[in-house]
Design a protein around this ligand. Structure first.
Ligand code: PEP
Ligand code: MG
Length: 327
């Protein structure tokens, strides 16, 4: 079965009515960029750089960051995009750093991700320098995780500008005009998408956290797994709203949570208007297969029906039925 999907590698991800859907891969380690190419992804839609920190006794240096990014870019080639997400440490992702962070009762609501970076400017700036430098080698885009307010995004942009000035002063080569994006993975960010759109070139919806925070259900807690569902109508309304803002403000919207790697949800996401999905490389061939059997008008109709339903269970049932019909 896997081999049959691999035959799809060199075929385009395009719907029956000719609409291209950009498929990108999610990676955690530099060598996985090759897996993206092997499975037919058009680039890396999410590079989770915190894995440079995990299981290390010391924080990575600027050179270590740079070398990892360079390896990814060299693997992909200069024409394929890589979205480098800045450190998303804390909560479920720990490292050498955790010992220096005070213990928290609610780590998922605490000092994680961009919040930590905005307090640990030494770490953050080291990474930003490496990203700006690596960007001279290929199509690099930078993305900030866990943004929940407009101020945070503005702070990130200010810091990025400060780092550019430093590099300029030091006469270190870097690329100044790389695209900037934000994850939309906290409900406040989805609600304020129109305001955040003024600050960035693209959005990437992180459904893993968006589902968790929308339904107040820990993504790793089996006891509340019944609540944790990407097809929950509350989550779908937020996704729909973000896609609509993207259309209106003419900025790209991607989905990079596990939801986009589920064949079940692909027709719904396309029907809601998404034209870009980023998933674990292993899932890319299956997703492509669904896309190649889909018509966008049909997908739009499905999304419309799904959005009228009242529970995740009904929506999942409907989508399963539709997927069987399509494949
Ligand atoms: C997400 O939250 O959907 C996401 C892609 O980020 P991570 O899984 O790394 O938290
Ligand atoms: Mg996340």
């Amino acid at each position: 079965r896997a081999d049959r999907y691999l035959l799809l590698r060199d075929k385009p991800a395009v719907t029956l009515d000719g609409v291209p859907i950009r498929l990108l891969g999610n990676i955690e380690l530099a060598h996985e960029a090759q897996h993206c190419l092997d499975r037919g992804a058009e680039g890396v839609g999410l590079y989770r750089t915190e894995f440079l920190y995990l299981n290390k006794t010391a924080d990575p240096t600027e050179e270590e960051h740079y070398e990892a990014y360079r390896a990814v870019i060299l693997t992909l080639g200069a024409d394929k995009p890589v979205v480098i997400r800045t450190l998303d440490l804390g909560a479920d992702k720990f490292s050498s750093l955790s010992s220096s962070v005070a213990e928290e009762k609610n780590p998922f609501l605490g000092l994680r991700s961009i919040r930590l970076c905005l307090q640990r400017l030494d770490l953050f700036k080291t990474q930003l320098r490496a990203i700006l430098r690596a960007a001279t080698l290929g199509d690099v885009r930078i993305m900030f995780p866990m943004i929940s307010t407009v101020e945070e995004l503005r702070q990130c942009r200010t810091l990025l500008n400060e780092v550019k000035e430093d590099l300029l002063e030091e006469q270190v080569p870097f690329k100044a005009d790389l695209p900037i994006g934000t994850m939309i993975e906290v409900p406040s960010a989805a609600i304020l998408a129109d305001l955040l759109a003024r600050e960035v070139h693209f959005f990437s919806i992180g459904t893993n956290d968006l589902v968790q925070y929308t339904l107040a259900a820990d993504r790793n807690n089996q006891q509340v797994a019944n609540l944790y569902n990407p097809a929950d109508p509350a989550v779908l309304r937020l996704i729909r709203q973000v896609v609509e803002v993207g259309k209106r403000k003419e900025i790209e919207v991607n989905v990079c949570g596990e939801m986009s790697g589920e064949p079940l949800y692909v027709p719904l996401l396309v029907g809601l208007g998404l034209r870009q999905l980023s998933a674990t490389p292993r899932k890319i061939p299956e997703i492509k297969r669904v896309i190649r059997q889909l018509r966008t008008d049909e997908a739009e109709q499905m999304a419309q029906v799904a959005m009228q339903l009242e529970t995740a269970r009904q929506i999942n049932g409907y989508l399963r039925e539709q997927l069987r019909r399509i494949l």
